[in-house]
Design a protein around this ligand. Sequence first.
Ligand code: AMP
Ligand code: MN
Ligand code: MN
Length: 361
Amino acid sequence: MSGALLTDVSPPAAEQPTEAEWAAAVSAITRLPADGRVLLICHVNPDGDALGSMLGFGLGLRRLGVRQLQATFPGRPEVPEPFRDIPGLDLLVPATEADPDPDLVICFDVAAVSRLGDLADRLDRAGAAIVLDHHASNTRFGGIHLVDPDAAATSVVVEKLLVRLGVPLDRGIAECLYIALATDTGSFRFDMTTPAVHEMAARLLATGIRPGEISRRIFDTRPFGAVRLYGDVLGRTQLEPLAAGGLGLVWTYATLDDLARHGQRPYTLEPLIDSVRCTAEADVSCVLKQVAEGEWAVSMRSKGPTDVSRVAVALGGGGHRLAAGFTGYGTAAEVVDAIRAELVRGAAESGNGPADLQDQD
Ligand code: AMP
Ligand code: MN
Ligand code: MN
């Protein structure tokens, strides 16, 4: 990419769902036969927005009288510990038990079919498919698209659809949507935390849910083993002030052996990037999480100047300007070498423009 294409790294102006798309989604749901079977799917390795949006909408469908209802996500059926008290968990089934040919499939927080894993075939086999999402990079798979790249979380789209379906918020739905909204806005800290986001939070809180208790459970509770694991992994963090065109790179890695030594599951490492990215001396932060011998799930963040999605895409992944990821292969040192090289290329080709996208998932 040449310097002249500097502005092209930003997505085009966000397109909102049209009235026709909203109407198609409402009609696909309200015209289901009485015994219609609905399958809800969120993305692999679900986060708070994926699970909260899916289960909150599932509880809403249940209030509408939909009885044949399953919620699922690809891969291991294990729900990460922080979400083990989220309302609507009784809707969840392992992917292996998901209805093979439902009347209606609804996807939540899924930007591309690849994030549906083995469940992607349900899109072809279902009578209809609705996609609720907020990723600018959404590939518009499925039939009916409710994709709002301006939404801070998929749960914003979910709430709008519930309103159109005439489903009132109750405490269960509200807790799910609050977890989703709080997760994707970094607890209402990121730029996309608009007045409308706070207004939605106010509607959710008005149902009587307890934000302090929810936040403690979702964000501020970790087993002691995880605290020790974080100590080990943060203790080997490296700062390279000259990397990323002089903006600075900070990085660390966690191995399967680290997890085993402290008796922890891989999802324990998801918040680790937040403890690394606060480093004042670096714009770019990375955490490499080993998933197998020679294979790493890499999380990248930028405070603004660096477009980490460009680095992630160049290395086979994706994401947003300020939050992106990819799968890295080789040793940790080799993966960091590749990141360093892409950062040099990015800095040389584009200069460093201001951030224009939120940190979102
Ligand atoms: P994470 O660091 O896992 O929180 O992910 C940050 C952002 O990068 C999210 O928007 C993800 O969807 C995206 N992302 C992470 N890993 C990958 C990957 N392997 N391929 C594509 N996108 C990814
Ligand atoms: Mn999201
Ligand atoms: Mn997500």
